[in-house]
Structures are given as C-alpha cells and as structure tokens.
Write a protein that binds this ligand. Structure first.
Ligand SMILES: N[C@@H](CCC(=O)N[C@@H](CS)C(=O)NCC(=O)O)C(=O)O
Length: 357
C-alpha cells in the first residue's frame, strides 16, 4: 500500500511502527504537492493517509490500524481481554492527543530543533512551491510555531508544565517497562504503537528532547528502538490478560491531563465556542483552540466503554478511580462531533485535528 506521509511526522511514525511490526509492506510519498487529488479522495491534507491496492483511501491512524487489524490477523496488537484492550486504547488516545502539544513545543520553540526540522519539512512539504528554500523554511517555521505552539496554549506560564508532560509520560511508562519489554505484554500492543506517535519522531529524534531521552531516560530510548525493531525480535503474540498494578501512575497522569482537556474541549464544542480554557495540574491554559476531532475521540472512547459487559465496565471503573474519568461513563458532558456519523472510518473524509468545526 501507499502511505502518503512525511518522514518526521508524529502520526506517520506511529503508523510506520505498526506496519513494520506487522510486516505490511508500504511505499511512502509526500502528499502536499498533490493537494487537489488528495483532498478529493481523503478529505483533509494530513498525514498519514493510506492509498490501498483496492483503490480505497484511509484516514486517521487510530481507525486505520483498527481496520488493518481485521485484515492482517497475524501478530495482533489488540489485547484479547476486553478490559486490557480498553486501557490500551485509552493510552493510545493520550499518546495521540495529549502529548502532541509537548512534542510540537520542543520541535518549534527550540532553535536547533526548529532549524533542523524546518530544513527537512521545507524539502518534503513545500518543494512544489516556486520559492527559494530559505523562504519556504521561514514559512514552515512561522506556520508551525504559530499554529501548534502559540495558538495551542504554550506561553511562558505554561512552558514548564508542557515540558513536564513529556517527563511524566516517560516516568509512567517506565514503571510499566521495568516489569516487561512492552507496556502490556511481551509483545507490542496498541498502547505501545500509540505512544510511538510522540516518542518516535518527536521526543526520540528532535535534538532537544532526544538528548534528554538519551541522557536521562535511556531505557525509554531503548523502548523506542525495541518497538521499531519488534518484528525481528519478538515471537508469538503475548499480551497480558489483566491490567498490571504498575499502570497506575500512567493512568493517573492521563486522568489529570488528557481527561481534563477532553472534557473542556467537548463542553466548549457543545456550546459552539471556538476556544476554551482549562486548568491542568494547577496550570492554567487560556485561549485553547477547540478541536472537533477530539470530541470524536471522546465519542469513540465512550462507545468502547459502552460495548463492554457490565462486569468489565466495573473492572475498568475500579482501575480508573480518579474523578476525571467519570467523563467516560457519565454522558452529562455532551460529546457530539458530527464527524464520521456513519462510523465509516477509516474510509471517511478526514478533518484536521485543530479544525473547530
Ligand atoms: N487524526 C490524525 C491526525 C493526523 C495529523 O494531524 N497529522 C499531522 C502531521 S503529524 C498533519 O498532517 N497535520 C496537517 C497540518 O499541519 O496541516 C491521525 O491520527 O492520523
């Protein structure tokens, strides 16, 4: 299949980690020169987008992976125990949607990172523009910093908290990885693949966070390489059938961060607002862009929960004691994105993550 992607992209890296583990062959192409062609077929110009040999197109890494799991049953990454599966999907969603801000901040707020990445992106993303490279680099830097740092709540007051998100994620993951090679077993699950979004192409490669990871958290760098090479080094699928106690610190972090954002975002979207505020672990974020896609993420988590048996719902609730998690099973916060209403994903038309709708 053809993956329309970018070599330094968060979600392209996540999908590639998955495809490599599964042994699914793919070629990569950059989509930005072919805007009209892609937009007609996939909806939004975002990466990754998958063009399949059967002519169909797929958008959004989470449903893309869920679809491919049904077609490529070898080396399953979805835990067969429904409770473990739910927790794995929750970790994936946190990797997808919460750590994005920290990842973009490190890439675009620090000079070395900004210079290197704008050089790479100018070549992969803007080469179709008839402008000198230094102009294209400048455009990339300005766009990315404005959209994904300045307008996504990173200020001098939130700076330290945004960076702490990276450390807290690694701390939570390492308390699990002390006991096994992958987060939820002896082989990778969707939780590992989800966390590869931020950890592979951003924290693991961009100069500033990669130096922090390599020097202060080398076991994380080892995990990134382990997941990337998992096809060659792991045997028969072996995922846990119970959520381990060592997941507690990561699950607490997810409650205090991602759940707060999901809730405030959904409330604001329900009220037709374009911006929202939130206080996360005592840190106040102002003028945050509402994301319609993240309302959809909450809808999907709620659906996953609703599909569990009553006994399994009770088990999930006891694993998630923090009050922020009530959001998942208490529908009093309206979550209706209007996105993918037919539940055709990944074969629907995509939308950009910071589109307010
Ligand atoms: N929900 C999508 C998100 C994809 C996404 O946002 N990709 C980024 C790059 S990592 C992108 O293409 N952004 C488009 C832009 O910056 O205009 C997924 O899971 O694949």
């Amino acid at each position: 299949m053809k993956v329309w992607g970018v070599s330094v992209s968060y979600y392209t890296g996540k999908l590639e980690a998955y495809l490599r583990y599964k042994g699914i062959a793919y070629d990569m192409a950059h989509p930005f020169a072919e805007q009209k062609y892609i937009r007609e077929r996939a909806g939004a110009i975002q990466v990754p987008i998958v063009e399949r040999p059967d002519g169909r197109w797929m958008s959004d890494s989470t449903p893309i992976i869920q679809q491919l799991e049904t077609e490529y049953p070898d080396r399953p990454i979805m835990p067969s125990d429904p409770v473990v599966r739910f927790i794995a999907l929750l970790i994936e969603d946190y990797g997808d949607e919460w750590l994005w801000r920290s990842a973009m901040h490190y890439r675009w707020s620090y000079e070395h990172d900004r210079e290197l990445l704008s050089r790479i992106l100018a070549d992969e993303v803007t080469s179709h523009l008839r402008l000198p490279r230094f102009v294209r680099r400048h455009m990339v830097k300005k766009r990315q910093h404005t959209l994904f740092v300045k307008r996504d709540g990173v200020t001098k007051d939130t700076w330290d908290h945004v960076e702490a998100g990276f450390f807290n994620a690694m701390r939570g993951m390492l308390s699990m990885l002390e006991n096994r090679p992958y987060l939820l077993g002896d082989t990778p699950s969707i939780a590992d693949i989800g966390m590869m979004g931020p950890m592979l192409r951003h924290f693991g490669q961009d100069p500033t966070p990669a130096a922090i990871m390599r020097n202060d958290w080398p076991a994380m760098a080892e995990w990134v390489a382990r997941v990337w090479n998992a096809h060659a080094t792991t045997g028969e699928t072996s995922l846990l059938d119970m959520v381990p106690d060592d997941a507690a610190s990561l699950l607490k972090e997810i409650a205090e961060t991602h759940m707060v954002q999901l809730k405030e975002n959904a409330l604001a979207h329900g009220q037709g607002r374009k911006q929202f505020e939130m206080t996360v672990q005592g840190c106040a974020y102002k003028e945050m862009p509402v994301s319609r896609y993240r309302v959809y993420c909450l809808e999907r988590l709620r659906e996953e929960f609703a599909n569990l048996s009553e006994g399994n719902q009770q088990k999930v609730r006891s694993l998630l004691p923090q009050e922020e998690y009530i959001l998942i099973w208490d529908p009093s916060v309206e979550a209706y994105s209007g996105y993918d209403v037919e539940r055709a994903a990944p074969f629907n038309k995509g939308i950009n993550v910071l589109e307010t709708g």
